[in-house]
Write a protein that binds this ligand. Structure first.
Ligand SMILES: [Zn+2]
Length: 341
């Protein structure tokens, strides 16, 4: 094996480079893994654009939606061997990595947690564990099990990858879901899971009291037992509060750059805002990695389908262009394959 590898670095906002760096040496407690799949997360785009609270200037960047194959293990590592497929490696916009997750996207470095071996899943499937874990985190905190005697109703505002995954998880749990999303290809995917979809841009002509998509959802679907705000705009948060039943919860997932707490609107309706911190393991002692991986494997029930969310596969070099021309209108999940030529 040669001793250098290709990796992306993000030296400053709006800049991404592909560099040749030494392959990291695994220490006694480390796992050296070959990166097979690494999904581009919204947070990676935020870091590239400079608007994110995480900065990741080292080789491999923040790439954390990874599915990797173990190449070597330190002599103190037990239960992991070369050839194993593993979840939760970080700095994965690179051909190899020894990082377990990345600072800011979990607590793994603080707890010294090891990668999770999942030979029952493909590396593509494993790469979705982070997004699925975030969606599970959101779904759990909605406390929809408070609803008995009828199907709970949820509204999702924004069908990015996590919104789409959340829609599928809720549908699998027997929740009735409505969603708003301006881009047609995302609405089509959600509609296939039985989600009632709305285009917020369609309501430019007021007619019969349906002036906005909020009116339309309230008329067709009724107030929701939980609303998931997956966008991060002040207006979407106000829409979410308008759509939720008094006394119930709005889950603010798109909170990265949210600067507003609509206190009055919440008090008037008795609505609780919950900020799930958008992470797979954001709360100490709560970890959605294994439930997410089990769901992807169909271990304790039906298998969560995610492969149709992949809209493109790119090399590290092509990934630079993907960051420079990020296409929110056409893409859902882009998988980077650092070891493909
Ligand atoms: Zn992520």
């Amino acid at each position: 094996m040669k001793n250098t590898m290709k990796a992306l670095i993000f030296p400053e906002p709006w800049k991404v480079e592909c560099v040749e760096v030494p392959i990291p040496e695994p220490g006694p407690h480390d796992v050296l893994a070959r990166v097979v799949s690494c999904g581009i997360c919204g947070s990676d785009v935020g870091i590239y654009e400079g608007g994110h609270w995480i900065v990741a200037h080292g080789p491999g960047g923040h790439g954390h939606e990874s599915g990797c194959e173990v190449v070597a293990v330190g002599d103190k590592v037990q239960g992991i061997k070369p050839g194993d497929r593993v979840a939760r490696m970080g700095a994965c916009y690179a051909q190899y990595t020894t990082e377990v997750n990345v600072v800011g996207h979990g607590q793994d470095q603080a707890t010294g947690a090891l990668p999770i071996v999942r030979n029952d899943l493909t590396c593509d499937e494993i790469s979705f564990a982070d997004a699925v874990g975030c969606a599970l985190n959101c779904a759990e905190r909605a406390e929809l099990d408070r609803i008995t005697g009828r199907k709970p109703r949820a509204v999702i505002l924004g069908l990015g990858p996590i919104g789409l995954i959340l829609a599928r998880i809720l549908a699998m749990r027997g929740v009735e879901v409505a969603a708003s999303e301006p881009f047609a290809h995302k609405r089509v995917l959600a509609a296939r899971s039985g989600v009632k979809v709305y285009n917020p841009c369609e309501f430019t002509r007021a007619r019969h009291g349906r002036e906005t998509f909020v009116d339309a959802i309230l008329q067709d679907f009724g107030p929701a037992d939980a609303v998931f705000e997956m966008v991060g705009h002040n207006q979407t948060l106000l829409d979410a509060i308008a759509l939720v039943r008094p006394g119930f919860r709005v889950l603010v997932f798109g909170a990265q750059s949210m600067q507003m707490i609509p206190y009055k609107e919440c008090r008037l309706k008795g609505v609780e805002l919950v900020y799930p911190e958008a992470m797979v393991n954001s709360k100490s002692g709560v970890d959605y990695w294994t439930p997410a991986l089990d769901l992807l494997a169909g271990k304790n029930g039906p298998k969560l389908q995610v492969m149709d969310l992949i809209t493109d596969r790119v090399t590290l070099e092509q990934a630079m262009h993907a960051f420079e021309h990020y296409n929110r209108e056409g893409w859902i999940k882009i998988i980077v394959e650092p070891n493909r030529d």
